[in-house]
Design a protein around this ligand. Structure first.
Ligand code: SAH
Length: 364
């Protein structure tokens, strides 16, 4: 039995069943034993691969997106370029390299990373090779005009799950099965008193349905939107999930590129859930921001010029490199790969026009 499992079992024995959010938060974020304290969860040799790890083109296009937004903001001489959950720092390193076409942007950018994992902070420092300030929480960010980016960050935030029974919504908890002595799911015997915490699409769900809430994600988007409204700026969130809020159980564990049991060997597999883009956008709007999208990732990247970039990279490449560029292009854009399930959502201060890459979707 691993040390994190012993720790979680002790909490359950002391305090009773824990919510899925508590379980997910401990499993991923425990300061010594959590999953993200491991050095290399990402990439071909890790548990899963993210878009920036598939191809440098992803981070480069996002870098150019940031340069464009900064110009739209009036090219402030000092601003915060802030990434949430930067992983290995690959996206930021590629974005900064692409932004060399705009030295004035690079001079004006103060880099801030929101990252709780001390191990990953070390990896990010080595990858980025520039002065960076790290933060545990968005609340600690300085009051500067800002451009926020977050790729596969929101899907890692703890979710709560509820199941609709005839008497109301009951929270899904993690406990110890008295027969097998293993962790298992159970439902709280007490129904949730007030279902107005759910979006209308969840409130209308049939008996047996599962509803998911990500309070941490909503709090963070609210904070980013409030920051943009107060200080000026924009944001780009890329993650996976449906366009509209819908009931369903999307909680999953991935280890070594395969699905596994999320309650087995906590801290050794990545746990994620679909991002509820509609609720994120509604929360940002309530805080005073305008939003664009969500737009399928494939469409967004193509509108930013991915095809042209791939062609340019391929021009001076060996046949093997050309194959790699082609296969990365497919993985990022094909509808049966990351092109459709992944979405881009942009935030902007109301003085800014529609975000780059989203122009064609205003009339959708
Ligand atoms: N953006 C990267 C990594 C995604 S994995 C990529 O696309 O490759 C999620 C990242 O978010 C990791 O860096 C993880 O340590 C960080 N993270 C997860 N929960 C966090 C939290 N609550 N606060 C800050 N960072 C968090």
């Amino acid at each position: 039995m691993n040390a994190l499992l012993r720790h979680i079992r002790a909490i359950i024995r002391d305090q009773g069943p824990v919510s899925l959010a508590t379980y997910m938060g401990l499993t991923l974020g425990h300061p010594e034993l959590g999953y993200y304290q491991r050095q290399s969860p990402f990439g071909a040799a890790g548990d899963f691969i993210t878009a920036p790890e598939i191809s440098q083109m992803f981070g480069e296009l996002i870098g150019l997106w940031c340069v464009q937004r900064w110009r739209d903001m009036g090219s402030p001489s000092l601003f915060m370029l802030c990434e949430l959950g930067p992983g290995r720092g690959t996206l930021m390193a590629d974005a900064l390299r692409a932004a060399r076409v705009a030295p004035d942007f690079l001079n004006a950018a103060q880099l801030h990373l929101v990252e709780t994992s001390r191990a990953l902070r070390e990896t990010q420092k080595a990858a980025i090779g520039r002065a960076v300030t790290w933060h545990d929480h968005v609340a600690d960010l300085p009051p500067l005009p800002a451009i926020f980016i977050a790729n596969e960050f929101f899907d890692a935030l703890p979710i709560r799950q509820f199941q609709r029974l005839p008497g109301g919504w009951h929270e899904r908890m993690v406990t110890i099965d008295p027969d097998t002595d293993q962790l298992c799911f159970t439902l709280s015997p007490v129904a949730l008193g007030d279902d107005t915490v759910f979006a209308p699409a969840l409130r209308a769900a049939a008996a047996g349905a599962i509803a998911e809430l990500c309070p941490a994600g909503l709090a963070i988007i609210e904070s980013l939107a409030a920051h943009i409204c107060a200080c000026g700026g924009a944001g780009l969130i890329i993650d996976y999930g449906p366009e509209k809020t819908a009931p369903g159980d999307s909680f999953q564990a991935v280890r070594g590129h395969s699905f596994c049991d999320p309650l087995q060997n906590p801290g050794e597999a990545d746990l994620t859930a679909h991002v509820d883009f509609q609720s994120l956008a509604a929360t940002a709007q309530r805080a005073g921001c305008l939003t664009d999208g969500p737009l399928p990732q494939g469409r967004f990247l193509l509108q930013l010029g991915l095809a042209m970039l791939a062609q340019r990279l391929a021009q001076n490449a060996s046949p093997a490199e050309q194959d790699a560029i082609h296969s990365a292009f497919q993985r990022l854009t094909a509808t049966d790969q990351m092109g459709h399930l992944f979405k881009a959502l942009a935030l902007r201060h109301p003085v800014l026009a529609v975000s780059p890459g989203f122009e064609a979707c205003i009339h959708d």
